[in-house]
Design a protein around this ligand. Structure first.
Ligand code: FAD
Ligand code: NAP
Length: 524
């Protein structure tokens, strides 16, 4: 349920439990109803809206009339789609889609997969826009727009804020210059900033700086007055929350203004309301990890500053059969080493992704066809994991299945290097066969090298005896494995794998008495 392609609506609690109960059925779709089949249907020229290509304005009353399985319209972000033909192709099932039938499904959509590119997926189903409701005249008008339209000449434009209570905490910015440099300074007004919280892109003369402040995002988005060089330096004064972006002028002439504001410039909104931003990254190497899994090393553009926090993922975007398809992947470190005191030369300049290629999958075969030197779009990172969850930890338990191992890689490196209170880290790694175990050698080496670390392999279809236990995730297996090193020790249990595996794991742990705070699952 958590990672089905293009799933657009969440399951209810009871549906999730039902899904866990029938956990072995991984793909609930009928034959001929895959995402690729849907794409084919959208390209067939069939009239999927019933409006013969006309776009209409839809009133709430009209929308509500289309609430049946054989006539179903849904509104997402002000646009109305006729999803009747899509019903059978929706990986979450018809019932899930029906929860939003005839209504505004934006919130339901956002709860599960706000990253799914439904605009592209459902473009042939577009009926039109919601009609605007007449609004009573008011004397209060929004003052941000005219202000933002002004040229940026070192003055601070007013920021869009969500509510007055957050006003004092609203970041601001300024800029100054020397003969050769232009420095943009963002005052985040927040202590403890670090370089993972600032994402900088410079493309075609446009500077975009996204500062992540807890769950909020402050965006600086400017068309610069003059050209600057590719390499951009970012300095962060952690204690005072000041971010400096140093740009090198191409021509040493004085700038009278920084530039022109672009879309959403100076806005301060919830991260979840900010769309994903993509940049093109170059594939520089592809290395085999197992028979079906590879390490893809992607180089970020020189003018991008993006560091993905532990346990977070990025989205890759490809156009497949004319439709934009987006899938999440979790960057890993280049290896499992406990001596991570020195930052790797890859940090901040490259992303390393460990990706399993599914021969019948939609996205990964295309990815596998990329040649060294080809480019692919990579988004900003997202994720709910926070380093504070492990700061004073004593015991860490990791339950990973298949590529669900990926978030554990950086996490392992981080805790073994940085968490002084840590006494034990135990990984239980579920795979089908011996041949599927990712980085088995490295895991065994790490266990030899660092006495705090232990690994157990559980195989559902072992080829021969000797490598760990045969089995599947179960309550008895977990009760044996997850044991505090001392009474009341501070523990965290992280779970990641196929959605039903993760759901079962969480349920077993809950039944064993572990609290919500003691269990973290990695999801999109
Ligand atoms: P899909 O098209 O999704 O197919 C996957 C499998 O299902 C295939 O075997 C396919 O044959 C089968 N299938 C699909 N549709 C049907 C159907 N209708 N009938 C029968 N069978 C069907 N993966 C990684 O490898 N590495 C990572 O680091 C990683 N990180 C992730 C992070 C997050 C937060 C999440 C949620 C997922 C992550 N994934 C990761 C999984 C990844 O996002 C993709 O789901 C995965 O790569 C499969 O994509 P695909 O389009 O190639 O396969
Ligand atoms: P896989 O090879 O199919 O399975 C790995 C192990 O998990 C096998 O032992 C398998 O047993 C077991 N398993 C699979 N489905 C199960 C279920 N329903 N209940 C209990 N055990 C189950 O795994 P994979 O192809 O690598 O897939 C990895 C999954 O992890 C993908 O779904 C991916 O989306 C997800 N993932 C999530 C994140 C994240 O951050 N959320 C990150 C990376 C990957 P069987 O032989 O019995 O199937």
């Amino acid at each position: 349920m958590l990672n089905v392609p293009a799933q657009a609506f969440p399951a209810s609690g009871s549906q999730q439990r039902a899904a866990a109960a029938v956990a072995r059925s991984k793909v609930p779709l009928k034959p001929g109803r895959s995402l690729m089949d849907w794409i084919r249907l959208t390209k067939s020229g069939k009239d999927l809206t019933g409006l013969k290509g006309r776009l209409i304005e839809v009133t709430e009353e009209e929308l509500a009339k289309h609430s049946k399985k054989d006539d179903c319209w849904i509104c997402i972000r002000g646009l109305v789609y006729n999803v009747t033909s899509y019903m059978e192709y929706h990986p979450g099932g018809e019932d899930e889609l029906m929860r939003a039938a005839g209504t505004d499904g934006t919130d339901l959509f956002d709860q599960v997969h706000r990253w799914v590119n439904y605009e592209s997926m459902l473009k042939e189903c577009l009926v039109g826009r919601m009609a605007l409701k007449p609004v009573a005249a008011t004397t209060e008008t929004c003052c941000t727009l005219p202000e933002e339209k002004k040229l940026l000449n070192g003055m601070l434009p007013k920021n869009k804020v969500l509510d007055t209570s957050s006003k004092d905490l609203t970041p601001s910015y300024d800029w100054f210059q020397t003969d050769h440099l232009v420095t943009v300074v963002i005052y985040t007004k927040q202590k403890g900033m670090n370089s993972e919280m600032v994402i900088v892109d410079h493309q075609d003369g446009r500077l975009r700086v996204d500062s992540i402040l807890r769950d909020y995002s402050y965006l600086l988005h400017i068309e610069l007055s003059y050209a600057v060089q590719e390499d951009i330096t970012v300095h962060i004064a952690e204690k005072v929350g000041k971010v400096e972006i140093v740009l090198k002028k191409k021509d040493n002439i004085p700038w009278s203004k920084l530039g022109q504001p672009l879309e959403s410039h100076s806005s301060f909104i919830k991260c979840t309301d900010r769309g994903l931003c993509y940049r093109r990254c170059k594939l520089i190497s592809k290395t085999e990890v197992t028979h079906d899994t590879k390490l893809f090393c992607l180089m970020l553009p020189q003018s991008t500053h993006l560091q993905v926090p532990v346990g977070h993922h990025v989205y890759l975007k490809q156009i497949i059969a004319g439709t934009e398809i987006v899938k999440p992947y979790t960057p890993v470190s280049c290896s499992l080493k406990s001596d991570f005191k020195e930052p790797s030369h890859y940090d901040g300049t490259h992303l390393i992704l460990m990706i399993k290629i599914y021969p019948n999958g939609l996205f990964t075969p295309e990815l596998d066809h990329l040649q060294i030197g080809d480019y692919i779009s990579v988004s900003n990172s997202e994720g709910s994991f926070k380093k504070s969850q492990v700061q004073t930890l004593e015991d860490l338990f990791l339950l990973a299945a298949g590529t669900g191992f990926t978030p554990m890689v950086k996490l392992l490196n981080y805790v073994l290097t940085n968490v002084c209170s840590l006494r034990t880290v135990k990984l239980m790694f579920f795979n089908k066969t011996e041949d599927d175990i990712l980085w088995r050698n490295q895991l065994e080496q790490l266990a030899l090298k660092d006495k705090r670390f232990e690994v157990q392999f559980i195989l559902s279809e072992p080829k021969k005896e000797g490598t760990g236990k045969q089995g599947k995730i179960s309550s008895s297996l977990l009760s044996e494995f997850v044991k505090r090193s001392k009474k009341d020790s501070k523990i965290l249990i992280c779970v990641c794998g196929p959605a039903p595996f993760t759901e079962q794991g969480i349920q077993f742990l809950q039944n064993l008495g572990y609290s919500k705070e003691e269990v973290h699952s990695f999801t999109a």
